[in-house]
Design a binder for this molecule. Structure first.
Ligand code: KG4
Ligand code: ZN
Length: 364
């Protein structure tokens, strides 16, 4: 079964076709993130206008080599997200469903993130293989990890952590078709903490990658001293809190006499350590409590190399009986690939007349 997925919940416009819930046949993403940099955050009106502009070119490119007869169903993110942005994807999906006479599967964006771990890429075309090789050499470390963790051994039950700009959630998956919410952040999301602290340290919007790069440049040997930041809510099994960490970074920033590159790198390093310590400890703890076979880490923050390494390191060091599944970074960030994948496992088609954009759709 081939499902065409459409994603437009934030500032990305993406279309993908996935076969049988795993084989990614085509995948196109256009982003307006660069445009938002100068405003220091996403401007919803700007994002939605760009999505109106990008949707048809993205759809046309994704459909190259396919016809409507190849598509069995359409899956679309209906929420949570920005209303203007969601409307672009939802109305496009409804129009296609009506014109092509296909059913639609409405998808919850946050609950779909873990399905990125199910994706296998289609290596059948030489062009596809060349593209994937190019991406692999650009992103050597993370690609190796993703390859080492083959999707084929994803056993259930599983714990799925979703860490993105708007969400930090833990789910229990009894099997591929069931996803039960266990807990989440009580205030800021992990990605939000990365982004807000990045702005504070003078980096641009979408600051997770900027913090990670600064942390990589930190050289402990240069003996810059820094205060240990808090690891909030460590005793709560399934809930998180990151707003106190942001305040602690602000306090440290104000205390610093010099804002040199070395001081900024040291603070970025400690922030990344604090966030990843919390995420790894709680995820492993939840996996123990629920006695699972696999752990999935997904969402934009799962692209963080230190988080990926730390998860693997703890599992290996403690000889824990979990297999770890972290998607390749391009499927961690927002994409239609896992919208279509998730729809295969939650195959509840609806008539296009009943589908509507739902910005506050609950993740529970
Ligand atoms: O899932 P996503 O693309 O969009 C949302 O649904 O929010 O996640 C975006 C978030 C941003 O907060 C971004 O800073 C963070 O993921 N992020 C990272 C990294 N790459 C993206 N955070 C830490 N390290 C990274 N390498
Ligand atoms: Zn997301």
């Amino acid at each position: 079964m081939k499902i065409l997925g459409i994603e437009s919940s934030c500032d990305e416009t993406s279309v993908a076709i996935v076969e049988d819930g795993k084989k990614l046949l085509t995948h196109v993403v256009a982003s307006s993130a660069e445009m938002h940099r100068k405003y220091g955050g996403i401007v919803p009106e700007v994002a939605a206008r760009k999505q109106v502009e990008y949707m048809i070119p993205v759809l046309t490119e994704a459909m190259e080599g396919f016809t409507k007869d190849d598509i069995d169903m359409i899956a679309v993110t209906i929420g949570p997200g920005l209303i203007g942005s969601l409307l672009v994807g939802v109305e496009t999906a409804k129009t296609l469903a009506m014109a092509w006479g296909k059913p639609i599967i409405p998808v919850n964006h946050v609950r779909a993130h873990p399905y990125a771990a199910f994706i296998t890429e289609d290596y059948s075309s030489s062009e596809g293989a060349a593209r994937l090789n190019r991406e692999a050499s650009l992103n050597n470390k993370s690609s190796r990890l993703a390859t080492a963790r083959s999707n084929n051994n994803l056993g259930f039950p599983a714990i799925a952590l979703v860490v993105s700009g708007g969400h930090t959630e833990l789910f229990f998956m009894k099997d591929a078709s069931s996803i039960e919410w266990l807990g989440g952040t009580l205030d800021d999301a992990a990605g939000e903490c990365f982004d807000k602290c990045a702005r504070l340290l003078g980096f641009e919007n979408r600051g997770g990658p900027a913090i990670a790069a600064a942390a990589d440049n930190f050289q402990p040997s240069k003996s810059i001293s820094y205060t240990r930041l808090p690891r909030p809510l460590m005793d709560d099994p399934f809930n998180f809190s990151f707003s106190g960490l942001k305040t602690a970074v602000l306090r440290e920033w104000k205390k610093l006499a010099n804002h040199t590159e070395s001081h900024i790198n040291a603070l970025a390093f400690e922030l990344q350590e604090a966030i990843t310590d919390v995420l790894v400890k709680k995820t492993l703890h939840a996996a123990n409590i629920k006695n699972v076979r696999s752990i999935i880490v997904s969402g934009g923050v799962a692209a963080n190399q230190r988080l990926r390494e730390k998860c693997m390191q703890k599992i290996t060091e403690r000889k824990l009986p979990f297999s770890l599944h972290i998607p390749t970074p391009r499927y961690c960030v927002d994409s239609a690939s896992y919208i279509a994948t998730s729809a295969f496992y939650h195959n509840q088609p609806a008539h296009w007349k009943t589908i509507s954009a739902t910005p506050n759709l609950s993740v529970e």
